[in-house]
Design a protein around this ligand. Structure first.
Ligand SMILES: Cc1cc2nc3c(=O)[nH]c(=O)nc-3n(C[C@H](O)[C@H](O)[C@H](O)COP(=O)(O)OP(=O)(O)OC[C@H]3O[C@@H](n4cnc5c(N)ncnc54)[C@H](O)[C@@H]3O)c2cc1C
Ligand SMILES: NC(=O)C1=CN([C@@H]2O[C@H](COP(=O)(O)OP(=O)(O)OC[C@H]3O[C@@H](n4cnc5c(N)ncnc54)[C@H](OP(=O)(O)O)[C@@H]3O)[C@@H](O)[C@H]2O)C=CC1
Ligand SMILES: O=C(O)C(=O)Cc1c[nH]c2ccccc12
Length: 415
């Protein structure tokens, strides 16, 4: 969308132009230039529909580039994580590294000529019901100026991981050492020989513990609830791949029983390590509660060997120590919050019923959450990672393409 950049560029140099700007966008506005936003823009582009991507950060895929740790790799095989219309390079390994995944996304954006407008935080988006158009107000740029973008279509692509969850922990303000969320953790380098408390046992918490061990730190993991840990691979095949194949033929409960049986053979009894399994099976729980099973990449072995200690829920934190609900107290030098993320949609999308105010996800579950009313769409809120984003993106592009063609047909033709 070259003309937008041009308009903005002119205004920067023009002292007589008013502070607040309004720009009409002929195609859809996409909020967020992560994998979901890029995939949607690419699918639209392949149908000849231009879109405008607004991104609060200064780069594409900011979650991956700025908020993830060094040792991160995709934990599902690459063919489950590719975006529509462009496969991963065949030279990539089964589980691409973070730099490889980011490079793939950069090439993807370049291939489809996607040029997001960076440093534009969407602060408010609402439907102007008088004209059926979306008014999207952003703040950003060098002078933190306000801009209003107006379009018939609004695609929400801000992701399931837009904001960090920072839990309230009794006494945490008194803690002397560093406290950071996993989104700021890069590696265990700065924690060598230190005792580190990792709060939360999702995929991030488990892997950060392993990383800390590799840098000779001494991690302890807070596991406040039940959790399913599955091996990343079984019988030389990815657990995720096996699961999706079996689900085509068997009910989820049967597949879960198989996964649990295999996990026990590969990993042993995880309950004994303090990682008690929930009553619902791993896939049924993922489908019903959205809780992703942990895919083990080596952490369990470190728990078994005693290199990682497991504690139950935290009771309170003191200056140099923490107390747990079972009465144990231990000293720590640092705390890492691996407490996950939340959607930020309710903070800026106003007056629409499509998203739940409480969790910021579409009210309709997968596969029906992608379409709202009055030209509103959601991509990447399926709790199915990149695979879900790719499915949404294709549907949204098709829907908008059909609408745009109908609109063009309805317009008077000039000879
Ligand atoms: C550590 C980690 C590892 C993961 N690994 C995998 C994996 O291996 N496989 C998998 O399938 N999934 C994985 N995921 C899930 C993850 O959700 C997807 O990989 C992917 O990043 C989702 O893309 P998205 O575009 O929906 O969201 P994001 O990547 O979060 O992109 C959203 C973009 O929207 C921008 N934004 C947010 N709010 C605003 C606003 N108000 N205004 C303007 N811009 C805004 C953000 O800056 C961001 O750039 C992982 C997640 C994490 C945290
Ligand atoms: N490619 C890869 O290898 C990786 C993928 N990911 C993905 O990124 C996404 C985010 O993962 P992650 O960052 O682990 O977040 P998750 O939301 O998956 O996990 C957060 C964890 O923190 C726990 N928690 C929250 N608050 C507290 C508290 N106050 N006290 C104790 N525990 C608490 C939760 O427990 P409870 O369940 O009880 O709420 C849960 O175990 C997921 O989709 C994940 O699969 C993450 C890392 C690596
Ligand atoms: O990485 C994520 O968070 C995902 O949502 C993808 C994913 C990882 N493990 C899974 C198990 C079942 C379904 C999706 C996933």
């Amino acid at each position: 969308m070259e003309f937008v950049t041009e308009t903005l560029g002119k205004r920067v140099h023009d002292p007589y132009v008013e502070e607040s700007r309004c720009i009409l966008i002929p195609g859809p506005i996409i909020v967020g230039s992560g994998p979901s936003g890029l995939a949607t823009a690419a699918c639209l582009k392949s149908r000849g529909v231009s879109s405008l991507i607004l991104e609060r950060s200064s780069c594409i895929a900011s979650l991956w580039q700025l908020k993830t740790y060094d040792r991160l790799r995709l934990h599902l095989p690459k063919h489950f994580c590719e975006l529509p219309l462009m496969p991963f390079p065949s030279s990539y390994p089964t589980y691409p590294t973070k730099p490889q995944f980011v490079q793939y996304l950069e090439s993807y954006a370049e291939h489809f000529g996607l040029k997001p407008v960076f440093n534009q935080t969407v602060e408010e988006a609402k439907l102007d019901r008088r004209c059926g158009l979306w008014r999207v107000r952003t703040v950003g740029g060098k002078k933190e100026e306000e801009t209003e973008y107006v379009s018939r279509w609004l695609v929400v692509a801000t992701g399931e991981n837009a904001e960090e969850v920072m839990p309230e922990i009794d006494g945490i303000v008194d803690f002397f050492g560093p406290i950071l969320h996993t989104s700021s953790y890069k590696s265990g380098e700065m924690f060598r020989e230190k005792k580190v408390l990792v709060v939360g046992c999702g995929n991030s918490g488990m892997e950060v513990c392993l990383d800390l061990c590799n840098f000779n730190a001494h991690p302890s993991l807070v596991v406040r609830d039940t959790v399913h840990v599955l091996p990343q691979e079984m019988l030389g095949l990815s657990t995720f791949g096996i699961s999706t194949s079996l689900l085509k033929w068997f009910p989820v409960q049967v597949v879960d029983r198989f996964l649990l049986h295999m996990s026990r053979l590969v990993l042993g009894d995880t309950d004994r390590l303090g990682l008690v399994r929930p009553k619902l099976g791993p896939l049924e729980r993922k489908i019903k509660c959205g809780k992703t099973p942990v895919l083990d990449v080596g952490t369990l072995a470190k728990i078994r060997s005693g290199d990682i200690k497991v504690y139950p829920e935290l009771k309170r934190v003191m200056q140099h120590s923490a107390e747990f609900v079972d009465g144990r107290v231990d000293n720590f030098d640092a705390i890492i919050l691996a407490t996950g993320y939340k959607s930020n949609v309710p903070m800026w999308l106003k007056g629409m019923n499509m998203f739940c105010e409480k969790d910021g996800f579409p009210r309709k579950p997968f596969p029906n959450g992608w379409k709202g009313e009055s030209g509103l769409y959601a991509v990447g809120f399926t709790k199915l990672g990149l695979l879900g984003a790719a499915i949404d993106a294709k549907k949204i592009a098709e829907d908008i393409d059909v609408q745009q063609k109908l609109l063009t047909l309805g317009r008077p033709q000039h000879c």
